[in-house]
Design a binder for this molecule. Structure first.
Ligand SMILES: [Zn+2]
Length: 559
């Protein structure tokens, strides 16, 4: 493939925040990268940019820098993110999570695990990332998991053909095939972004999977998995037999997946290595009921074909109106609604996009994505799909194994159907940063993150007022006690107490515990709440319980 677009791009990652292009252009690009380039969609992106611009204005007034660039700088300064292989110039589309980012990400994953798996008694597995070629032939990824690629005849640069067309023309590129893209490129004399000349050639396809070879002998082709879902289908038969041989059965997985994106940009939005949280819910197609549906029947969601037409309705109403195909998918969507709000994405910042029949794969009986507002435009962060028995029947055919199961009520064997809720962790992490970021204000002379306690990097921070007079020793004792109680504690004794409060705010810690001279006298400490700075004293013995309680309630202000 030679001179890929990314090569040129990779340098930019070293100096995030120094892209030449202005905000306007970035937004346009982001929009082109997503799906659903309707006219309404575009207008909304511009509006979002404005709204987010207002939010960010206080903090970045002088700089006139897009929010995502500013956040990327902060993310690197505060150990949220580190560009992978940074000392070698970084490689585009790969990010490491630094010590603080890693803590937040793990908590997001654990919250998901708790709400989606543990709470419902669903199973969790961890399957291999390297898969033999035949698995991905069966799943369809070898044949059709590709992007349209166009090469410049002059500079030999490679680009996403659909992106260039949608950036430079008003044509809709949704579902356009290679031939149609070539025609549009010719008709509008689409330019090579490097040469600024109409020097683009034919459109080819580029498979997005990373290919490798297993063992020393050649020809044993394998791929890094492009999604965690396939591992669940492969293990289905054995799990079904080992866990009661009864439908429904749900299996989830959290893990890395890999997609060799042609031109990853947009920070964590388009990555080549990323984390997914997926569930396959296997059920009898004659009985698409969800046992705990009543729990969430009234949860309100915004649903529509795009953001402009989305309207709020309850889960059961959406099923009754057949907007959501069944209770099972509605159950997962309602939980996604609650989960997103819980981890800090305000409900007016996301909606569920109902895909039209033409946008869905042929075997699907319903696809509903979640889209979240961001400074890159509306981005897809969750996909829900009613995949019928497509995956199991295909794996049955390729493996020549019988994957059907006996269903008692029907007195016959059948292939279970699946509903697949699939969530990206990294995009969610990024959206949480964007929506919890707070600029400087009259109350706080520093930028901070309004993270909910359930995903804050630490449960609390412990500080001695000063290092001397035995205060540090006492504070270390308090820190040990809390850690023994299972709390994640950040301990710091350097800098003024005001500086330490600021540093805790800057990474989203909700509670700061200070050991002072009164502590030595009466065994009490102060707890400072992040959002209003309000302080209250508690006895050391009751501290662990108090902090856990505030955290459960999501309390971030004293008042
Ligand atoms: Zn060129």
């Amino acid at each position: 493939m030679g001179n890929m677009e990314e090569e040129k791009d990779s340098g930019a990652h070293k100096t995030h925040g120094q892209h030449e292009s202005g905000h306007e252009k970035q937004v346009e690009h982001a929009n082109a990268g997503g799906h659903g380039q309707g006219k309404a969609h575009k207008n909304h992106v511009q509006e979002n940019a404005k709204t987010l611009g207002v939010i960010a204005k206080e903090a970045i007034k002088e700089k006139e820098q897009p929010l995502h660039e500013h956040l990327m700088e902060i993310s690197m300064k505060r150990s949220f993110l580190i560009p992978s292989a940074e000392i070698y110039g970084a490689s585009s589309g790969f990010y490491d999570y630094g010590p603080i980012g890693c803590l937040i990400k793990k908590r997001i994953e654990n919250e998901w695990r708790r709400q989606f798996l543990v709470r419902n008694g669903f199973l969790e597995i961890e399957t291999c990332m390297v898969l033999p070629q035949i698995v991905l032939q069966a799943s369809g990824h070898v044949g059709s998991f590709s992007d349209p690629l166009v090469e410049c005849k002059k500079c030999k640069g490679s680009f996403r053909a659909d992106h260039l067309v949608s950036q430079q023309t008003s044509e809709s590129v949704q579902n356009a095939n290679a031939q149609q893209l070539v025609e549009m490129i010719k008709k509008y004399a689409v330019l090579c972004p490097n040469c600024n000349e109409p020097t683009l050639g034919e459109v080819g396809t580029f498979n997005l999977m990373f290919k490798t070879n297993v063992g020393a002998a050649e020809g044993n082709t394998a791929y890094l998995r492009p999604e965690t879902a396939q591992g669940i289908f492969l293990d289905f038969g054995r799990i079904f037999r080992n866990f009661g041989s009864k439908l429904p059965i749900a299996v989830g997985q959290v893990g890395r997946s890999f997609r060799n994106e042609i031109s990853p940009r947009q920070a964590l939005v388009r990555m080549r290595e990323f984390t997914q949280m997926e569930i396959e819910y296997f059920f009898n197609p004659q009985n698409p009921k969800m046992e705990n549906f009543s729990e969430i029947a009234d949860v309100k969601m915004r649903l529509g074909e795009d953001e402009a037409s989305a309207r709020e309705m309850g889960a059961s109403e959406a099923v009754a109106q057949k907007i959501i195909p069944n209770e099972i998918m509605a159950f997962f969507m309602a939980n996604q609604q609650l989960f997103y709000e819980r981890v800090g994405v305000p409900k007016e910042k996301f909606y569920f996009r109902v895909l039209g029949e033409k946008e869905r794969p042929h075997y699907s009986l319903g696809n509903i994505d979640m889209e979240v507002q961001s400074s890159f435009g509306w981005i897809e962060t969750v996909g829900n799909a009613y995949r019928t028995d497509f995956d199991l029947s295909s794996h049955a055919k390729f493996s020549k194994q019988d994957l059907s199961v006996f269903v008692e009520e029907e007195k016959k064997r059948l292939l279970p159907h699946v509903v697949e809720p699939s969530m990206g962790v990294d995009r969610l992490f990024w959206c949480v940063l964007e929506h919890t970021y707070r600029g400087k204000s009259a109350q706080k002379d520093w930028e901070w993150f309004d993270l909910p306690p359930c995903i804050a990097p630490y449960d609390a921070a412990v500080f001695p007022l000063m290092k001397k007079d035995g205060l540090a020793e006492k504070a270390q004792e308090v820190c040990r006690l809390l850690r023994e109680n299972g709390l994640a504690i950040n301990y710091s004794e350097s800098g003024s107490i005001g500086k330490r409060y600021a540093r805790a705010d800057e990474v989203g810690v909700c509670y700061c515990i200070t050991v002072d001279y009164d502590t030595l006298k009466d065994g009490t400490v102060t707890v400072r709440f992040r959002n209003d700075g309000g302080q209250v004293r508690f006895k050391i013995e009751e501290l662990a319980q108090k902090i856990s309680g505030f955290s459960r309630e999501g309390k971030t202000s004293l008042q």
